[in-house]
Design a protein around this ligand. Sequence first.
Ligand code: GRG
Length: 379
Amino acid sequence: MWYKVWMWMPCTVQMSYFNLVKSITSAFRNVCSVSRFHHTTPGVCCCGKTQSGEKYTDPFKLGWRDLKGLYEDIKKELLTSTAELKEMSEYYFDGKGKAFRPVIVVLMARACNIHHNNSRDVQASQRAIALIAEMIHTASLVHDDVIDDATSRRGKHTVNKIWGEKKAVLAGDLILSAASIALARIGNTTVISILTQVIEDLVRGEFLQLGSKEDENERFAHYLEKTFKKTASLIANSCKAVSVLGCPDPAVHEIAYQYGRNVGIAFQLVDDVLDFTSGSEEMGKPTSADLKLGLATGPVLFACRQFPDMNAMIMRRFSSPGDVDRARQYVLQSDGVQQTTYLAQQYCHRAVREISKLRPSPERDALIQLSEIVLTREK
Ligand code: GRG
């Protein structure tokens, strides 16, 4: 089963993975704190200039030039004559999310357009992908909160907490159907199949999360596959979709996809770390949430190698009294957080290597910088 883990690793980590992690851990302890790890990506030099030679630009500021009116435009897609359904489906489009996906999408669109023919404009269809990505993301959050019976997100009550489960499912469905209509309107069958794959992956990823694996190696492969499907597929395929719309070269589509895939996996690994290291205030939702849901994420899987007692807890999905607290203590005493962070860093390196193949542009450099932000984010 080892090959399954292998398949999911970035190639820099495709040596005996756990041995590699073990060997770097002692050195690693000297350079990072338990919770955060600052790292400089190879694409960005320390003097404050980017590879294209221009001054740093905040990727979010650069991306928002093409995203003005994002939430108003999404709300226009959600038009429905039923007032309550309208209120529910608009609830999360209030500007409180990070809009990480739309920002990546428009930056990738510009980077690909510049690479292809030095065009500085984002096409209307590419901007539409940014909206669609945020809508698919939001629909999945609404459904996820129903599955997890979550009561808070982004520092406010969840849709299911306010309106109940049945209506929340329907609100998620409405957002997803509005995203599908917007996608069909673009009228490009390749792009339609790229983005509908995301919906399948989201469902399969969520389904994978419901199961557990007994074998340790299988468990890690299972975790990484789930991570790709639940989180990275949307980012990878949205990046690919805008590259298809902006440039005919399949090599560029692959670069866009691989950048999104690697950043997306890193994003989720960091999310899993933050569940142990951040306060609920910062996250806008309860922490140790994954353990409470019975989920063994990266920090737990690594900790389990140092504390084999955790195996039984993982198998019973932390359901016995005291399991959640004990597992949390094991994780914090182990180097599970550092090792997961290190793994996220490897994925970001791979993302930087991919995107560096494009012609230099401020947008390409902003995407490099965004991979750094993924690693150092605190919420
Ligand atoms: C309805 C399409 C659809 C799918 C149903 C429930 C489900 C299947 C999938 C759940 C997928 C899910 C919720 C993945 C979590 C991804 C993740 C890391 C979310 C947090 O993203 P942030 O931090 O959130 O970008 P904000 O609040 O900033 O938008």
